[in-house]
Unconditional design. Structure first.
Length: 385
């Protein structure tokens, strides 16, 4: 029995506001589908964030419909859960995934928490925020009990686990029941394969470069999906990698040597099939941003999809001299951090920690991250409109 595990495809995402990048994500999903068809698995598991948002563009909806039809024609079912991106945070609201019931998609939901595929138990809990961790833990125990009646057991979740994302997690590693053979996780865009419970815990990661910090993952581990064989004692996990047709380039350039380095980059870029996304960091002392910006554009603009320069200008630091008169820790922190949220958090933590109150400090930190995630969620919601 072999299945494909993929996640975080984020269809409908328009990186940097560029239509071409939105198309790239569709292309990748089509490439994934034809690779899946090549592998002829028994079924597919998608661990959430199929779409970038809960109200995807029509092209995203259609891309999924076409791909699912092809899989269905080949008798390949898809089991999926909603992720944080494609969930509507309102009670009883339906995620877009419900549209594909007749296209072979089996949605793991609160109402249908598990399926049995040729004797394999496939169950999970849709994405839940940290506020509902207790409820999720209860649901996990229920699933674990139900799963114990079957020989092969797969748990599907779209959550961050503290072991892999220590500052923004919803569940702790010990919250997961131990009697599953395969933990099909999504949410973290890195690729992770770990031992847990009776089997393997796996994040297949995102197949495209959704954020620039995923470029090193693509370069070192590759991006794509995992092909899992459940027949042995332990699941056998093979990475199936994609070649991304559009290159993302990240490069640091010294201002002193800029002309030559830009020329080299131009040579490289002009040989690519598709215009790349180029992230540049210019390091140097006291240079003029707009001059540099113009030079970069003149050299590369026509050859790149987008150029995203960052300027790292080292200036002689003006030293603030603190004397006894102005040695006020509050002022120093506010001055140095220059951000009311950060300095307020720092001052609160300092107060607790200097009194040895570790628990209080922990509480403040937790609160901050809950708020922080909420703010991020809000920003995300608005950006869709
Ligand atoms: Mn994601």
């Amino acid at each position: 029995m072999r299945f494909v595990h993929l996640s975080d495809t984020h269809l409908g995402y328009r990186q940097y506001g560029l239509f071409e990048r939105e198309e790239d994500f569709y292309q990748v999903f089509e490439d994934l589908t034809s690779k899946i068809l090549d592998e002829r698995p028994d079924f597919v598991i998608h661990s959430g964030d199929l779409f970038e948002s809960s109200r995807p563009p029509t092209t995203a909806l259609l891309t999924v419909q076409n791909c699912l039809s092809k899989l269905k024609d080949n008798n390949i079912s898809v089991y999926a859960i909603p992720g944080n991106h494609d969930t509507i945070m309102r009670k009883n609201a339906l995620p877009p995934l419900v549209l594909y019931r007749n296209f072979g998609l089996k949605l793991i939901s609160m109402k249908n928490p598990y399926y049995v595929h040729d004797g394999i138990f496939i169950g999970g809990v849709p994405f839940s925020s940290k506020y509902f961790a207790e409820r999720v833990k209860y649901q996990l125990q229920e699933l674990s009990r139900k799963a114990s009646e079957y020989d092969h057991r797969i748990l599907v979740l779209h959550q961050a686990i503290d072991k892999y994302l220590p500052y923004e997690y919803e569940l702790k590693i010990g919250d997961l029941p131990e009697n599953f053979n395969y933990y099909a996780l999504g949410h973290i865009h890195n690729r992770i394969i770990d031992d847990y419970g009776d089997g393997k815990l796996v994040y297949p990661g995102s197949p495209e470069i959704w954020r620039i910090d995923e470029l090193p993952i693509y370069k070192t581990k590759g991006k794509g999906f995992y092909l899992v064989d459940m027949d042995g004692d332990q699941p056998d996990i093979q990475p199936i990698n994609l070649h991304l047709k559009r290159e993302t380039i990240q490069k640091e350039i010294d201002y002193i040597d800029m002309k030559k380095q830009l020329k080299d980059l131009k040579n490289y870029v002009s040989n690519l099939d598709k215009k790349p996304v180029v992230n540049l960091k210019i390091n140097g002392q006291d240079f003029d941003r707009s001059n540099v910006y113009e030079m970069i554009n003149k050299c590369l603009k026509d050859l790149c999809l987008t150029i995203r320069p960052q300027y790292n200008i080292q200036q002689k630091e003006e030293e603030i001299i603190y004397s006894d008169d102005n040695l006020n820790i509050e002022d120093i922190i506010k001055n140095k951090l220059d951000n009311p949220q950060k300095s307020s958090l720092t001052l609160k933590l300092l107060d607790k920690l200097s009194h040895g109150d570790m628990e209080g400090a922990q509480e403040i930190a937790d609160e901050f991250y809950v708020d922080f995630n909420q703010i991020k969620g809000d920003i995300h919601d608005h950006s869709e409109d």
